[in-house]
Design a protein around this ligand. Structure first.
Ligand code: DON
Length: 567
């Protein structure tokens, strides 16, 4: 890293700590050679350094994934999972599914009591909530196929961060404090881990994680075996035995991430490259974009009644399809072509009435609110050759299951909650599902993560994605239509206020400023129930200008640690 950048990162960090991140927004995020956008300044710096050292976008993505596991433990992970959508400089695309899987011993009624009722919290907190992690295998596969620097070089920055320590930003200290009691409770008896403390975490406090450092060294030296076999695997298995979890040695040894053809769709003059099942993201996003095109959404003013009402009506139908048809493609047959065909969509949207809200009373209503959460994380990278990678990765809830692997210093996911644990019963994001997403041994749980790359006139145009559970799809949708329909620039797309609707619960969630009081009234008159939400989504956006320059657009307004760093 050059001196100028070291100084600017150091100053930015000091500034952030000093002024509680108040309104700190980078002014100029345009770069010539490469850019990395993540939710955390230290992680963006690691990725940008790798690019500057001659690494490609895929190298940077691997380094960022491991760095996030250290600096952003609420969502960055080695024991979670995710998806990567890639587009090479030659224009070839592909997707990598490193989603967690249900353990072999899992079954459809594992979260139900003897009367068939859901046992509250069991799929969300503690050892039974954990899916077989996919992140380490995913990074190994990404590196094997597309990496150019050595594996060791890519893991080293994360090792250094764990060893030398990371100063907590205000956001991270606040988040750890908000979850401190829950983490302590789930991990009672384990007291030599940096995340288990009797006192408050403080902004600026140095957090070192020697246990995680050791795990990362094993991953550096042994690749996937450093996690799925040997000492780390033993630690995970002991942890499972301690808390009566289901993951076995066989589950760990057998985990494989999967290369899948990316989901590709056409929307206006764009080619949209997104994530196929087991994420619902790509299909749902394409259904929405095709709706936006069919109704010529851009003809309406941004924030007008017509704009919001039309988006909501499209979203309600798309989420109903999601609940019914989507799941792990290895376990259920997904009518993908049909769901994306013009004929189907024209018919599906034909009863949208611009003067009234559609009736969905024949469908059993969910009763859970969409919770505000930023536990997943998304990062986008473009390098000087034009390779692009869009990665969304998660532990699911904040700090996942809250279970820390004793001696390992890392959190385990609670991704099992993304299954439909009982037909019609909403998960933590209010999403319902049925057979297609029921629990089965070794099945992948349905996701909403939507890492996406957009080409315009055959050229790389946008790399984007977001955390936010069920709101991911609608956030990515709005980001793209903001650019294409409403001609916003990269940062405007991200900053623009967002709304979200998902069919059940039958509500429209709106960020402050997303709709005027007049439009709110008009929407209510059409029958919509409006609920304010402080934040929806957190984009990490890159837009490629006509002249080839790269604009990184972090969602600093919603999450002040987000950064675009490039060179
Ligand atoms: O895969 C999914 O859809 C969820 N596990 C994502 C969770 C998430 O985005 C949480 N937070 N923002």
């Amino acid at each position: 890293m050059n001196l100028k950048k070291t100084l600017s990162v150091a100053l930015a960090t000091l500034f952030l700590i000093a002024c509680n991140h108040k309104q700190f927004v980078q002014k100029n995020n345009t770069y010539k050679n490469g850019v990395v956008v993540t939710a955390n300044l230290f992680a963006s710096e690691v990725g940008s350094d790798i690019l500057e050292q001659g690494g490609n976008a895929f190298d940077a993505a691997v380094a960022v994934q491991f760095a996030l596991a250290v600096v952003y433990p609420r969502a960055g992970n080695i024991a979670g999972g995710g998806f990567a959508v890639i587009r090479t400089a030659k224009g070839e695309s592909e997707s990598l599914d490193f989603r967690e899987k249900a353990p072999k011993a899992a079954n459809e009624s594992m979260y139900l009591d003897e009367n068939g009722n859901v046992i509250e919290g069991l799929s969300q907190t503690g050892h039974l909530a954990v899916g077989v992690p996919g992140s380490v295998d995913g990074m190994v596969k990404l590196h094997q196929k597309y990496g150019s620097l050595t594996w060791e070089k890519l893991i080293q920055p994360a090792i250094d961060l764990a060893k030398n320590g990371v100063r907590l930003t205000k956001l991270e200290a606040d988040k750890l404090n908000a979850y401190r009691e829950r983490i302590n409770k789930v991990n009672a008896g384990k007291n030599n881990c940096c995340y288990i403390k009797d006192t408050e975490f403080k902004t600026g406090e140095l957090i070192k994680n020697p246990q995680l450092e050791n795990v990362l060294v094993r991953i550096k030296n042994q690749g996937r075996n450093g996690f799925y076999d040997g000492e780390t695997a033993e630690l995970i298995i002991s942890e499972m035995q301690r808390g009566k979890g289901l993951i076995s040695k066989e589950d760990l040894l057998g985990y494989e991430s999967v290369w899948r053809p990316a989901l590709i769709g056409k929307y206006r003059d764009c080619k949209v490259i997104s994530m196929p099942p087991p994420s619902s993201g790509g299909i749902a996003l394409m259904q929405l974009l095709k709706g936006a095109e069919e109704f010529n959404l851009g003809q309406y003013q941004f924030g007008s009644l017509e704009h919001i009402h039309l988006m909501v009506e499209l979203e309600r139908r798309v989420y109903a399809d999601r609940a019914t048809w989507l799941g792990d493609p290895d376990y259920c047959s997904i009518p993908k072509e049909k769901l994306l065909s013009d004929e189907y969509l024209t018919n599906r949207y034909s009863n949208i009435d611009m003067n009234g809200k559609s009736d969905s009373q024949d469908i059993k209503a969910g009763n859970v609110e969409v919770i505000e959460s930023f536990e997943t994380t998304h990062f986008s990278v473009v390098d000087k050759w034009g390779n692009a990678v869009s990665v969304t990765t998660t532990l699911n809830g904040n700090y996942g299951s809250k279970v820390i692997v004793k001696g390992g210093g890392f959190f385990l996911n609670n991704e099992m909650d993304d299954f439909s644990i009982k037909p019609g019963v909403p998960n933590q994001f209010g999403l319902v599902g049925g057979k297609a997403n029921a629990i089965e041994p070794e099945k992948r749980m349905l996701s909403s993560m939507t890492p996406t790359i957009v080409e315009k006139n055959d050229k790389l145009f946008m790399v984007t994605g977001s955390p936010g559970g069920s709101t991911i799809i609608t956030s990515v949708f709005q980001n793209i239509i903001n650019a294409v329909e409403f001609k916003m620039n990269a940062q405007e797309c991200v900053n623009a206020p967002r709304i979200h609707s998902q069919w059940l619960p039958d509500k429209v969630y709106v960020e402050a400023g997303a709709i005027s009081p007049t439009v709110k009234n008009e929407l209510q008159n059409l029958g919509h129930a409006i609920q304010e939400q402080s934040r929806i989504g957190m984009m990490a956006n890159i837009v490629i200008n006509e002249d080839g320059s790269l604009v990184g657009a972090p969602d600093t307004l919603r999450h002040k640690d987000s950064r675009a760093i490039g060179y």
